[in-house]
Structures are given as structure tokens and as C-alpha cells.
Design a protein around this ligand. Structure first.
Ligand code: PLP
Length: 481
């Protein structure tokens, strides 16, 4: 059944009472976990890798728990629980669509595993002809580049030395490829530098050239309000992809939202049960979207979790989320800028932190990014990420790595040698991160730049990761079956 209902016919009540952001930490699952560090102590874990994935929230767990009493097969069951579960599943689509400002009468919500699968699905179904062009940017995550390379000629719009999109150049490319250009596929927020792109302006440029726009909202949706705007508005966003695990609902769901009509024609990427309305020995009649695109039994629990997480975000208010994360970014940047050994990437202007999400990439001069990340974890109990963040062209650009070195790294990887690969360290905030988290990180970082770490670290040349001699904590003591 297509998800096509007018806003006024909504069956889902609006979000609950306001939840002050100051109270959100009490709602986060796992914040009290203590982890082993080199000194032998257990320390409260500070998680600063929210751009990769977020913890979940108590209201999400509670909602999932409540729903589990009623869990049953959806769509094909005749029993009461199946009817209820089907209705709940449809409600989750409505909650997501409303969160993104989509139009229930024209847009569909197709559940996927994550943003990567959502973009692959769209790329597979997008009606490309040979020679058709997709414009992306140099700052894209691989998930918003590789699916397009498989079906079109991909042209990345350049970024400047600080990693910001060169909008004028993008406009020039859009004009240049007019006629062949089908889609502009752009990230809402960059996962390395946190830059927010002017997605509505880009939508206008794309539409003026008779093309459409996809916004990869994996990094944007958890941190900023997103409004697809009405169909027909030049600034309308045609397609949006999101991952629930970056939105406090890590239960295996993501979604592609956009024009239902695109999916009316053609054959889905995955076919089988649930995608059809009638099958004979030799023919098939496809169901309407979104069912047509969701082969097999869907992840209803994941959808319930995502909807519950959206409810929490709405209760806090996305403006409040943005304000809180901008404050933390400013707080961290202000202090990081004073550490002369630290090289920061992206825009480090404290006046413009509102124009980025809470993601900060840096290196300690003269130190391997993986060593910094290892010491932060082993001696500080602080979890960050390091490497190239699935954005190799972007890292190459902002680290000013030339083609010759890039080719050398490529050969090294092919030979199983990763010890010299360039990269950066990234910290990224969530709705619940606070100054104390940043302070713990900064204390560990200052210890590192003063070369006062205690462990003896060696690199594993095959993985490019550092190990600390004698530090072999046993995860099984903390969780096992
Ligand atoms: C901007 C961006 N796009 C896409 C993805 C892929 O998300 P997922 O791994 O949930 O598919 C990520 C993941 O970090 C991302 O940051």
C-alpha cells in the first residue's frame, strides 16, 4: 500500500511535552558504563563518536518494550496483533515523514537498513540513460558517491582549502551539464568537518536545470531541523536518506523518503515476498510503493524505535539541539585552538559554529592519528574515531595529499600495509554530550601533546591500528552470553 495520506488525515498525535535538553543525559542508555584504562582503574566512558553511531534513549527502549507485547507479522497477518502492528508500522512512516516535512500524498517512506542502502536503492531505481550526470561534492561520504558511479557519470563539485563546498563552482557545473544532469546528490552535513550545506539553495539550482536533488541527511537529521518543503517549491528536496542509528535508535533501520511516483514503474532492487500484489507462473504484478521496495518481512521494531527517537528529538526541539551542540563545538574549538600542537581542519571560526554540526577533525602535529586515538582510549577512556571516515577524496583534499602520494597509499593498501595511511582524529557530539565530556577529552589530549603517556604503543602494519603493550582488557567481563 502506498503511503499517501493528507496531512489533515494524520492518525499520529503531535509530540509530547517539552523535554529540557538539560534533562536529556538522564534519558541516555549506557552513560554510566565504566571502562578499563591502562592505570588499572575503571573510568566513566566518554563517547565522542556520535557521528558514527549514537547510543539509544530510555524512552526509545520503553516504547520498544511496550510494543513488543503487540509485536506480530505485519501486512499479511489477519489476527488482531498483526492489524495493530501494521497500523503502528504505518504510523512510524508518518512520524518520520512529518519530521522531515514531507508530503504524505506525494512522498513515500521506504525503510532500509541505513542511509547507504537507501542511496543504493535510489540509485538502482533512478531512470538513468547512458551519459546522464549526477553532481555530488568532494565532501561526500563514500555512500553518496559509489552508488552513483555505478549508474551515471559522477561529477564532484570542489571544496576549498578548508573543506567548504565551492557553491559558485557547483552552480557552474550544474549549468554546464544542463540537459544531461539528472540529480544533485549532496550531503546535508559533512561527516569530517561538520559543514552544513545550503541544501535549499542547491535544490533551487538543480530544479532550474530540470534536475532533482537527493540530500544525504545521515549527519544532518540528528542535529538540525530538516524541511523538504512543498512539491513545486523550487527549494523542495526531492529525496532524503537517513539512518536511525545516528538518531538514537540503533535498531537496524534507515529510510529513503521522496517521490512515490518514481517507484511506480520498474522493478525493485530486491524482489520477493511483500513486493507484489499478484504472481502467476509467468507474470508478476508489483505492489505499490513503499511495499514494492521493501522485500521480505520488514524491521518493524527498528521503525518503532526510530519513531520513538524522533518523538524525543521533537520534544527537545531541533533548534534547542542545534543551540546546545553549537555551544559545545564553540567550547571545544576555543580550547583546542590554544593547543599549538593541534592542527584543526575545516572552519575554526568561533563566530560561525552555528553553520556546522558538532564534528571536529584534527591531528596532533608529528603524531599518527591512530596513535592519538589509541592513547585517548587506553589512557583516557575516551572513544573517538580516526582515519579517513569513509570520505577518502575529502580527506585527500583537506590534508593536501597529492595524487602521487595517494597512488602510493593505494599500492600499500593493496599490499596489506596500512601503517602510513594519512587521516585525522574526529570528535563528534550528540544531543547529550556536555562540557565535562569535552574536558575529559581535553585533559587526555593535553597529556598526549606533552608526551606524558604511559603505555608502550606499537602499530599493526596490517590494520594501521596501535596496540598498547600489556593492556589486554577482556570485553567478555563486561558483556557476554
Ligand atoms: C554523511 C554520511 N552519509 C552516509 C553515511 C552512511 O551511513 P550508514 O552507515 O548508516 O549507512 C554516513 C555514515 O557515517 C555519513 O556520515
Amino acid at each position: 500500500m502506498a503511503f499517501q495520506r493528507k496531512h489533515s488525515e494524520s492518525m499520529v498525535p503531535a509530540a509530547g511535552p517539552r523535554l529540557p535538553i538539560a534533562d536529556i543525559r538522564r534519558q541516555v542508555v549506557g552513560l554510566r558504563c565504566r571502562v578499563p584504562v591502562l592505570s588499572g582503574a575503571l573510568r566513566r566512558y566518554v563517547f565522542l563518536d556520535n557521528a558514527a553511531s549514537t547510543p539509544t534513549l530510555k524512552p526509545v527502549l520503553e516504547q520498544v518494550d511496550r510494543f513488543m507485547d503487540w509485536y506480530a507479522s505485519v501486512h499479511r497477518g489477519a489476527g488482531f496483533k498483526s492489524l495493530l502492528a501494521t497500523r503502528v508500522f504505518d504510523e512510524t512512516r508518518e512520524i518520520l515523514l512529518r519530521f522531515l516535512g514531507g508530503d504524505p500524498s506525494l512522498d513515500t517512506v521506504i525503510y532500509c537498513l541505513n542511509t547507504t542502502e537507501a542511496i543504493n536503492k535510489l540509485a538502482y531505481r533512478y531512470p538513468m540513460k547512458p551519459g546522464d550526470v549526477v553532481i555530488t561534492t568532494q565532501m561526500e561520504h563514500h555512500s553518496n558517491v559509489l552508488p552513483w558511479r555505478a549508474v551515471a557519470h559522477v561529477v564532484p563539485a570542489p571544496v576549498d582549502d578548508r573543506g567548504a563546498l565551492q557553491l559558485t563552482e557547483m552552480g557552474r557545473l550544474i549549468n554546464h551539464y544542463r540537459g544531461r544532469l539528472r540529480l544533485v546528490a549532496v550531503t546535508g552535513a559533512a561527516n569530517v568537518t561538520g559543514y552544513l550545506n545550503p541544501i535549499h539553495h542547491i535544490a533551487r539550482l538543480a530544479h532550474e536545470a530540470d534536475a532533482e536533488i537527493l540530500v544525504d541527511a545521515a549527519q544532518m537529521a540528528p542535529h538540525r531541523s530538516l524541511d523538504m518543503k512543498p512539491h513545486g517549491d523550487p527549494e523542495h528536496l526531492d529525496y532524503v536518506a537517513v539512518s536511525a542509528h545516528k538518531m538514537y535508535a540503533p535498531f537496524g533501520t534507515g529510510a529513503l523518503v521522496g517521490h512515490a511516483k518514481l517507484f511506480d514503474q520498474g522493478i525493485p532492487l530486491s524482489v520477493g515476498g511483500g513486493t507484489v500484489s499478484f504472481v502467476t507462473d509467468h507474470s508478476v504484478q508489483w505492489a505499490a510503493p513503499p511495499d514494492k521496495e521493501e522485500a521480505g518481512t520488514p524491521n518493524v521494531v527498528g521503525a518503532v524505535a526510530m519513531a520513538a527517537a524522533i518523538r524525543v528529538l521533537e520534544s527537545v526541539g531541533m533548534d534547542e539541539v542545534a543551540r546546545h551542540e553549537a555551544h559545545l563545538t564553540r567550547y571545544a574549538l576555543e580550547r583546542l585552538k590554544k593547543i599549538k600542537e593541534v592542527e584543526l581542519y575545516g572552519d575554526i571560526d568561533l563566530e560561525t559554529v552555528e553553520q556546522r554540526v558538532g564534528v571536529i577533525a584534527f591531528n596532533v602535529r608529528g603524531m599518527h592519528h591512530a596513535l592519538v586515538a589509541a592513547i585517548l582510549s587506553v589512557e583516557g577512556g575516551v572513544g573517538v574515531r580516526n582515519g579517513c571516515f569513509c570520505a577518502h577524496p575529502y580527506i585527500k583534499r583537506i590534508l593536501r595529499c597529492n595524487d602521487e602520494s595517494a597512488a602510493r597509499y593505494g599500492r600499500q593498501i593493496a599490499d596489506g600495509y596500512r601503517a602510513e595511511l594519512p587521516g585525522a582524529v574526529r570528535l563528534s557530539f550528540g544531543i547529550y554530550s556536555n562540557e565535562e565530556d569535552v574536558n575529559r577529552f581535553l585533559t587526555a589530549l593535553r597529556m598526549i601533546v606533552r608526551k606524558r603517556w604511559k603505555g608502550e604503543y606499537t602499530i599493526d602494519e596490517g590494520t594501521g591500528e596501535f596496540r598498547c603493550k600489556g593492556f589486554e582488557p577482556s570485553p567478555g567481563e563486561f558483556f557476554s552470553f
